[in-house]
Structures are given as structure tokens and as C-alpha cells.
Design a protein around this ligand. Structure first.
Ligand code: 5GP
Length: 188
């Protein structure tokens, strides 16, 4: 079986989710890996769609049972991880797994999946532009935005550990480049 995975990582607000959403619509052989998390659902998020939602205790129990390929405490008290069962579910269908994951998780997954994985770092044009995008999105408080911007500065330093870098300056160009990256890696 063809066990390939494509990993998209980026500082929050770099436009990664838009790229991932576009690729999922364009290529039917790609399937989104639904992560598990201990944070609460936001807005219209549903269990089993954006995330599998667990309490912190349930999440810790899953860690103890070695249920995760990888997990991280991305924000204090908020755990995120990829369940082994999720990876097997997608590969069993013959699909290529698409990950939308923070930069540390991305580096970890690349190490785990090796040559079966392509890791892509989505880079925002600048930290200032990132701040504008987060403000424009309107889902975070000013304090939360400052926290995310500070985190983004740290996350930008991971770029060199990825196979490919996708600069998200002009969306149309970025999406076309993302399609090329997928086609080249999967040969489809
Ligand atoms: P949010 O709470 O905004 O949905 O996600 C917060 C961060 O957690 C994002 O950077 C997202 O990519 C990351 N994330 C989502 N799923 C996983 C996962 O399975 N593992 C890791 N390490 N990070 C994840």
C-alpha cells in the first residue's frame, strides 16, 4: 500500500488552513487528518470534523495508552495530537494523509514518516502582515493576538527543517504552487 503523508505547518494566521482547504477540494485522493485536542470546540466546530474533542484527563489517558503517533502541549493546558487510529483509517482507504499541524508537530511527523512524508512550511510575508491577518480574522482578543504573534516569531525559526517552503504573499500564486508540490510528490 502507498503510505504517503503531506504535512503543512505554519505560524498561526499564515494562511495554512486556506491552502489545505483548497488542496482537499482539488485532489480527491487527499484526506485531512483529524487531530485530537483537549481544548474546547470553538464556534461551529463539531466533534469528528475539525477535531476529535477530549477532556484533558481523557487526553492524558490516551497518551498513557500510547494511542498517539505524536502529540504536543501547543498552549499551556491545551494538548493536540494525531491518533494512530486516524492514520490507519486514512491509509486503509488508499488515501494520502494531509496534516495541518503546528511547526513542532510538523518536524516530529517528518522524522516519524521519513521519505514517505513531504513537509511544507507556509511562510507569511512578514510578522506585521501576520498581525494584520489575525486582526482581520476577528476571532482572537488583542492579548491573544499578541501571544500568537510572539509565538509566530519563534515558529519562523523552524523553516529550514522543512522539505519545502511556500511563501504566502499572493493567494492565487500560493495555491497554484501548492498544487504543483502535491502533484510532484504524489506523482498523481
Ligand atoms: P487551533 O486551536 O487554533 O485549532 O490550533 C492550534 C495549533 O495546534 C495549530 O498550530 C495547529 O496546527 C496545531 N495542531 C493541530 N493539530 C495538531 C496535532 O495533531 N499535533 C500538533 N502537534 N499540533 C496540532
Amino acid at each position: 500500500m502507498n503510505k504517503k503523508v503531506i504535512i503543512f505547518s505554519a505560524p498561526s494566521g499564515a494562511g495554512k488552513s486556506t491552502v489545505v482547504g483548497h488542496l482537499l477540494k482539488t485532489f480527491p485522493f487527499l484526506e485531512f487528518s483529524i487531530s485530537a485536542t483537549s481544548r474546547s470546540p470553538r464556534g461551529s466546530e463539531k466533534d469528528g470534523v475539525e477535531y476529535y474533542f477530549f477532556s484533558e484527563q481523557q487526553f492524558r489517558d490516551l497518551i498513557a495508552r500510547d494511542a498517539f503517533v505524536e502529540y504536543e502541549e501547543v498552549y499551556p493546558g491545551s494538548f493536540y495530537g494525531t491518533l494512530r487510529s486516524e492514520v490507519e483509517r486514512i491509509w486503509a482507504k488508499g488515501h494520502v494523509i494531509l496534516f495541518d499541524i503546528d511547526v513542532k508537530g510538523g518536524v516530529n511527523l517528518k522524522r516519524i514518516f521519513g521519505d514517505n512524508a513531504l513537509s511544507v512550511f507556509v511562510r507569511p510575508p512578514s510578522v506585521e502582515e501576520l498581525r494584520r491577518r489575525l486582526v482581520g480574522r476577528g476571532t482572537d482578543s488583542p492579548e491573544a493576538i499578541e501571544k500568537r504573534v510572539a509565538k509566530a516569531r519563534e515558529e519562523l525559526e523552524y523553516e529550514s527543517r522543512f522539505d519545502r517552503v511556500l511563501e504566502n504573499d499572493r493567494l492565487e500564486k500560493t495555491l497554484a504552487e501548492a498544487e504543483e508540490i502535491v502533484k510532484t510528490f504524489t506523482g498523481q
